[in-house]
Design a protein around this ligand. Structure first.
Ligand code: CMC
Length: 428
């Protein structure tokens, strides 16, 4: 028998259907509430609002569970690679050997970008943040592939857009970095795997050979996998919302990149390193900064701590913390900010302020330390997050499209002035 929730308003009862997910998550479907009662629901920040049903990622914030298409993140991070995870997220199942080969080969063959893209890149001032460049250049793909603007593209055409996007984002990301330091860009090499190719484009010089370190490739694969999807977060919701207006895949993802840029979201990995650097420069007193984070009159927040949905621990942070230790040991790096990070973590985990509010280190607390160790500059950290999150954005955009979801359009409770007459300027 179907379950209903009863909502009583002004003495009248309304029955709203209850929806249940495959992991027994329950929701009240209030879509018809306004039509029936004139009421809407209000939930600033969408803290308790499901915007969609989705079969891509399962997350249980209380128990610290994260699964892509049913597969635990721990297993994927240990056994899979980024391209396989991208396939899994986008197409719903693990690929066969042949499917994976075809998918990787197609991505390799599309990594070149139109030479005119370099002219656009050249137009950006050296002060540009690479996230702004990335968002702009991804949006500009619509100019190079105008057919992507057609909302009625066939599945085959959509697949091609997906391949192009996955392939070109790494070239565009690496080029935005090379451009920012005034160095010549490197062209992709088709014989390399995805992560190695990205490292080559980031770090090779025309003057000398670049040796790819398997430890770094492995760490990069892990980081990208851990960031690959996270259900309806701010940037993903942005991608779905923009896409729901029938905007192209490229413009929807470009909007997602802008959302991710914010320091409360993907920008946190950059903010964490900047915070750790600042603490080091200030004498390395982590306790002082714990006190600042607790002081409500001080805007300082402990970056890399807290999460909207994880209220016990962030499973990605657990994996990444171990990976950070492994990478630093393998590369023989002794980073003093790692000591500060560990002290901060220890102090926060034992402080009632953080314990009571269930504030734990999130994925970004350690990701920046690995990126730094493998030579990625700080202002590229969020670009790395975007590279990782891309398969998730694509999968969510594709799901939204296949489910034929209506245009996203929240309502509001108006609190402004009631009707008043226009006052001419001389009388104001
Ligand atoms: N440092 C100090 N206090 C904090 C912090 C923090 N990092 N995070 C939350 N709090 C406090 C907050 O002041 C509030 O206290 P009170 O109840 O006394 O008013 C309480 O904890 C609840 O916080 P909230 O801001 O209501 O929680 P939220 O779910 O709206 O925000 C968050 C989640 C991630 C934006 C927030 O924890 C934060 O700003 N963290 C730092 C930024 C960060 O690391 N972001 C990366 C998130 S992980 C990557 C991703 O998936 O995007």
């Amino acid at each position: 028998m179907s379950e209903f929730a009863e909502i009583i308003l002004e003495g009248k009862s309304y029955q709203m259907p209850v929806v249940e997910g495959s992991e027994n998550e329950k929701a009240i479907d209030i879509a018809s509430l306004r039509a029936q009662s004139g009421y809407i629901t209000l939930d600033s920040g969408y803290k308790n609002t499901g915007a969609t049903t989705s079969a891509i990622t399962f997350l249980d914030g209380e128990q610290g569970i994260l699964r892509y298409r049913g597969y635990p993140i721990e297993q994927l991070a240990e056994k899979s690679n980024f391209i396989e995870v991208a396939y899994l997220l986008i197409y719903g199942s693990l690929p066969t050997e042949q499917e994976l080969q075809d998918f990787s080969d197609r991505i390799r063959r599309h990594t070149l970008v139109n030479e005119d893209m370099r002219k656009i890149l050249d137009g950006f001032p050296s002060t540009s943040h690479p996230m702004g460049i990335l968002s702009a250049l991804i949006s500009s793909l619509t100019a190079f592939y105008p057919e992507s603007l057609n909302p009625n593209q066939s599945q085959e055409e959509v697949d091609l857009s997906i391949i192009r996007l996955l392939a070109k984002i790494s070239t565009i990301a690496a080029w935005s970095y090379k451009n920012s330091i005034g160095h010549p860009v490197n062209y992709p090499k088709n014989k390399l795997d995805y992560c190695s190719n990205f490292l080559h484009m980031m770090f090779a010089y025309p003057t000398e050979d670049y040796e790819i370190n398997p430890v770094v490739v492995d760490a990069l694969n892990k980081l990208l996998i851990l960031h690959a999807d996270h259900e309806q977060n701010c940037s993903t919701s942005t991608v779905r919302l923009v896409g729901s207006a029938n905007a192209s895949l490229y413009s929807s993802v470009s909007a997602g990149i802008s959302a991710l840029w914010g320091p409360l979201h993907g920008g946190a990995n950059q903010a964490v390193i900047e915070m750790l650097e600042a603490i080091k420069a200030d004498g390395g007193d982590s306790k002082k900064y714990i006190e600042k984070a607790k002081d409500k009159d001080d805007p300082f927040r402990l970056m890399g701590f807290g999460h909207r949905v994880y209220k016990n621990f962030d499973p990605r942070a657990k994996i990444i913390k171990k990976a950070a230790d492994e990478v630093l040991t393998a590369l023989g790096i002794n980073d003093p900010i790692l000591t500060i990070a560990k002290e901060l973590e220890e102090a926060a985990l034992n402080d009632p302020y953080f314990v009571e509010r269930k504030l734990y280190p999130n994925v970004d607390f350690y990701s920046g330390i690995i990126y730094r160790a493998i030579g990625i500059p700080t202002d590229m950290f969020t670009v790395m997050f975007a590279l990782g999150r891309l398969p998730g954005w694509i999968a969510q955009w594709k799901e939204m499209r296949e489910n034929k979801e209506p245009i996203g359009r929240p309502r509001q409770v108006y609190t402004g002035a009631t009707e008043r007459d226009y006052v001419s300027i001389e009388k104001r």
